[in-house]
Ligand binder design. Structure first.
Ligand SMILES: [Fe+2]
Length: 397
């Protein structure tokens, strides 16, 4: 076979292998995906797209060093290829290397200025990098009565503070990506007070211990009624904003039903359906903890967006003994996963919120708006303790 034909044959074979690798990844078999993508790369070693794919699959396998080398190999073959920069930026962010992530994401935007998603992520990274690290010297979290948690800086003015956010941009991001981070929305004393509630059995109606690989590793507790004021106020402050977004989606989807503008009226709708149990939860993960990717499907009456707030400081990678947690990124992805499917990984820290679609996100295909199933979870916490407040806007039966 002449060299040109041989080359073409290798290219075709490598492409088929890459497709098979992503098929295996979409079925959750990352071990097989890794084996196949390695074969693809060795079949056509001068193909930067394959190195980039290998980097992404190794990244999903949490083999960070090898993943980084794969992205670097892709870039050495194609220095203006934007995607490896963006993927390596995401990896560095997960490792807490914020400045490096910023630099890499800047390169991604430079080489693909038309990619709005890269630009949005650059803004997120700038917001996160500009705020971290700042988690030292938190007050101790002794037993605190839930309704005594005071945070004059933020709790009372959450409605006003949320008004100042760019909800147009947040709505666009939620509509396009299915999730959106808001940095530093809850102050440190309030976070600390909420963490301090975790061991008070009087406050919770149910405790779930996750200890299976298909669910996760960690503990979460459902607040009993009445839920702490601080959680109730946060939910009420966010609700009108997310209700407007959800109603825009209803319109785009051609649905006639609308969500009420105030949370109490939406709660009445839940109660009419027999859903009267509070849904907010407090989650606690130690080292080795994680939350497997899942959809939240409870509730015939349900709200499509959920709020979560990270209550623990993230470790500063430059100074890992500051006591924060490591790993534990918020994960969000299409389900099933495929080569072109959407995936987000947000390295949230103390007081950072994320709004995310609990079941489906909107997708536009050929001018028609439809729904794409999505999952969320948390990646492995490699050190420290990570508390999270989860706030669905509907109630359960
Ligand atoms: Fe969930």
């Amino acid at each position: 076979m002449n060299p040109k034909k041989l080359k073409e044959k290798e290219r075709r074979r490598a492409r088929v292998l890459a497709e098979q690798a992503w098929e295996a990844a979409s079925q959750g078999n990352l071990d097989l995906a890794e084996k196949i993508i390695r074969r693809a790369v060795s079949t056509q070693e001068d193909n930067p797209v394959l190195w980039n794919d290998q980097g992404e699959i190794l990244s999903l396998r949490l083999k960070d060093s090898e993943a980084a080398r794969s992205f670097a190999a892709a870039l050495s073959l194609a220095p203006t290829f934007a995607d490896p920069y963006a993927r390596l930026a995401s990896l560095r962010l997960r490792q807490g290397r914020f400045e490096e992530a910023l630099g890499l994401q800047t390169q991604a935007v430079k080489y693909a200025p038309e990619n709005a998603s890269y630009a949005e992520r650059l803004l997120e990274y700038q917001a996160l990098a500009g705020r971290l690290p700042s988690h030292d010297n938190l007050p101790a979290a002794d037993a605190v009565e839930p309704n005594e948690i005071s945070s004059p800086e933020s709790e009372d003015d959450w409605p006003q503070r949320l008004e100042t956010l760019d909800w147009h941009a947040l709505a666009n991001r939620l509509t396009r990506d299915g999730c959106a981070a808001i940095a530093g929305i809850v102050d440190a004393p309030t976070c600390d007070g909420l963490c301090g509630l975790f061991d008070d059995d009087r406050l919770f109606s149910k405790t779930v211990v996750m200890d299976r690989p298909e669910f996760g590793q960690g503990t979460y507790r459902y607040f009993a009624a009445p839920i702490p004021n601080v959680v109730d106020r946060l939910r009420r402050a966010f609700y009108p904003h997310v209700a407007r977004i959800a109603n825009d989606w209803q319109q785009l989807l051609g649905e006639s039903e609308r969500f009420p503008e105030e949370w109490d009226r939406f709660r009445d709708r839940c109660h009419d359906a027999g859903q009267t149990m509070p849904t907010p939860i407090l989650l606690k993960y130690g080292a080795g903890g994680f939350n497997a990717l899942h959809r939240d499907l409870r509730g015939a009456v349900f709200f499509p967006i959920q709020l979560a707030v990270v209550l623990s400081p993230r470790a500063d990678s430059e100074n890992a003994d500051t006591g924060g947690f490591q790993g534990g990124e918020f994960l969000f992805c299409d389900s099933p996963q495929g080569r072109k499917s959407h995936r987000r990984e947000l390295a949230l820290g103390l007081g950072d919120a994320v709004l995310f679609c609990t079941r489906d996100r909107l997708v536009r295909t050929g001018g028609v708006v439809g729904l794409q199933s999505v999952k969320h979870g948390a990646s492995l916490i490699t050190a420290g303790t990570r508390f999270v407040l989860g706030v669905p806007f509907h109630e359960y039966r």
